[in-house]
Write a protein that binds this ligand. Structure first.
Ligand SMILES: *Cc1c(COP(=O)(O)O)cnc(C)c1O
Length: 374
């Protein structure tokens, strides 16, 4: 028998979450963002469930090739554009749309020989200061692209830094509208947090309808996680978990007061208690910095991690099961996040929060040695 750790993708939940995006941005076309191997789920594993999307957005050229190998003929957008001039050949061959965020990418296009003119998404740095042209340089970049025979269509994009938080997006929307005012072309602005929190709230100013018009780019919400947790939970947004990480108890210890658990003896029993040893550790992608108290489901019952996460194992408190008369022994099911066989659920957002990180990181970190089932 293989080691009992298992990752399970829930296609119905992916479909449900995609429907939610459509409901919240009814006038927009939806990019399903599948970068980082579909946020750790596996592009091939999510593809059928998400093929109702209008396009797929990602940033790795090899991942774009995998989508075309699945016979996806619709739009694919490279969110960071090309990384060197010869990447444009692949864009021509596979008909990839690509972001253009710097002058070098325009130089490469100008020198590119192609039979098929490209569709590009010109990116504005509206305040995040990662990728994109500044408002002052945006029009010149647009004019350069517009003059190139290699370019067939120019769309306009920007990315929000604070769609999930109190600062919000109004300042970036204003910068986008000012920089793009009379430029033609489709627009794409919203990530998950903007779709959920802002797409339906009317903003002041002209061109506001552009917020969720044309295209939205949905990532984390497709994968059943709330981008603004803990202000909202996934349930608040009617999102369903799409990935369960589960394992089993492979050992049980009975502790006396004063006994300690694991490396560094970071947990000390205060009363007699049983602990379960679970086949899941940081080499499986479980966060090593998850402290004692991090929630976990054992036999469908919510309990807590105790002691330090090690490479291949964690230890969990069996007291709540023993108190409730729920049997716990070798083989008992453990859910690290997701949904248990009995239907109990533990949102990945809660586990991430306890570990001082965000769901994105946990989902993307599921390690190659974890098999996907069933
Ligand atoms: C990752 C990414 C998204 C999706 O973000 P979520 O917060 O997961 O919805 C959208 N746009 C760009 C440019 C991205 O890099």
């Amino acid at each position: 028998m293989p080691r009992p750790i298992l990752a399970t993708v829930h296609p119905d939940a992916l479909r449900h979450n995609l429907d939610q995006a459509r409901r919240r941005a009814p006038d927009a076309r939806v990019w399903a963002v599948v970068k980082a191997n579909a946020y750790g789920h596996g592009i091939e594993r999510v593809f059928e469930a998400l093929r109702g999307a209008d396009g797929f957005a990602l940033l790795d050229l090899a991942e774009a090739q995998r989508l075309r190998a699945l016979d996806w003929r619709g739009p694919i957008l490279l969110l960071e554009g090309v990384f060197e001039a010869r990447d444009l050949e692949l864009c021509s061959r596979l008909n990839l749309w690509h972001a253009v965020h710097c002058d070098e990418q325009i130089d490469w296009l100008a020198a590119h020989k192609t039979q098929h003119p490209h569709r590009v998404f010109l990116k504005l740095n509206s305040g995040m200061n990662r990728l994109g042209f500044t408002p002052g340089g945006f029009r010149a970049a647009w004019a350069r692209l517009n003059a190139l025979p290699q370019v067939e269509e120019i769309s306009l994009m920007t990315h929000f830094s604070d769609a999930d938080g109190p600062r919000g997006i109004a300042h970036q929307v204003a910068a986008f509208e000012a920089a793009t005012a009379d430029l033609p072309g489709e627009r794409t602005l919203c990530n998950s947090a903007a779709i959920l929190r802002h797409a339906q709230s009317p903003l002041k100013g002209e061109g506001v309808s552009t917020l969720a018009a044309d295209w939205v780019r949905e990532g984390i919400a497709l994968y059943g996680s709330a981008p603004d947790y803990p202000e909202h939970s996934a349930a608040d947004w009617d999102l369903q978990p799409t990935l369960t990480l589960s394992s089993r108890v492979i050992g049980v210890q009975s502790l006396q007061p004063g006994d300690t658990v694991g490396y560094g003896s970071t947990f000390t029993a205060e009363a007699p208690m049983r602990i379960g040893v679970v086949a899941c550790g940081y080499a499986d992608g479980y966060p090593r910095h998850a402290p004692t108290g991090t929630p976990v489901l054992v036999g469908g019952v919510r309990t807590r991690l105790v002691g330090r996460v090690s490479m291949d194992m964690i230890t969990v408190d069996l007291s709540p099961l023993d108190a409730a008369g729920v049997p716990a022994s070798i083989g008992t099911e453990v859910v690290l996040w997701g949904v248990s066989a009995g239907g109990a659920s533990l949102p990945v957002d809660e586990v991430a929060r306890a570990a001082g990180t965000i769901s994105y990181e946990l989902l993307c970190a599921v390690a190659p040695r974890v098999p996907f089932g069933p």
